[in-house]
Design a protein around this ligand. Structure first.
Ligand code: NDP
Ligand code: ZN
Length: 179
């Protein structure tokens, strides 16, 4: 029922907000980190027309295990196996060096599940918009360009998943001469 869905979503965003409470984004204003997962979920509901609650919850939780003390077991306990499985698919192994993590994102993109692909597309779209609007402190132009190129390599593997998000990504890549 609708009241249950609303409750589930608020429970989830509250969990993510508590987990990310000490984190900030990398921009000069040090935007609260939670703006990012909420923004990713918002892209899915407002732009991509997604209503699968597990996908929305996974979007809200997508960086909790990667960036906080949250475990996959905890996600499963609170939000069930479907949400947990999506979060597993979108979580980088922080023990690996950054270069290797980025190579694995590119390698695994095309074989991920439909649900994980949706979250990945929205995550990249939100990060690229952030890069344009609130560029991280101390990032050179070259580093920003490098991130756009890396994102393109990942989202190339996510094609055929969601027309709206893919078109919006293409618009961004065009402005960077990557298309
Ligand atoms: P990343 O390059 O991966 O940083 C980008 C990530 O930061 C995003 O994916 C996003 O991840 C998060 N993020 C936080 N705030 C913002 C924001 N305002 N805008 C966009 N993204 C944001 O960081 P690493 O520390 O892992 O960087 C290491 C990599 O950078 C190496 O591969 C190295 O080669 C390269 N590098 C390049 C340099 C250069 O000058 N060319 C210099 C130094 C490193 P999330 O969705 O998880 O929040
Ligand atoms: Zn993210």
């Amino acid at each position: 029922l609708q009241a249950d869905l609303v409750r589930e979503v608020i429970r989830c965003v509250n969990f993510a907000a508590i987990k990310h409470r000490k984190q900030r984004r990398k921009d000069a204003e040090e935007t609260p980190y939670i703006n990012h997962p909420i923004g990713v979920a918002h892209i899915l509901t407002e732009e991509a027309n997604i209503s699968d609650i597990a996908v929305i919850q996974a979007a809200l939780l997508h960086d909790t295990v990667e960036d906080t003390d949250t475990t996959f077991e905890e996600i499963e306990e609170h939000f069930g196996t479907k949400v947990r499985d999506i979060v597993v698919e979108v979580t980088d192994d922080k023990k690996l060096p950054s270069k290797e993590r980025k190579a694995l994102q590119i390698k695994h993109a095309s074989s991920s599940s439909y649900e994980a692909k949706l979250v990945k597309l929205a995550d990249k779209l939100n990060n690229l918009r952030d890069l344009e609007n609130c560029t991280p402190k101390y990032w050179s132009k070259a580093r920003v360009e490098e991130y756009f190129k890396f994102s393109k390599q990942v989202t190339d593997g996510l094609k055929g998943t969601n027309t709206v998000m893919e078109e919006k990504l293409d618009e961004i890549y065009k402005t960077r001469n990557l298309l």
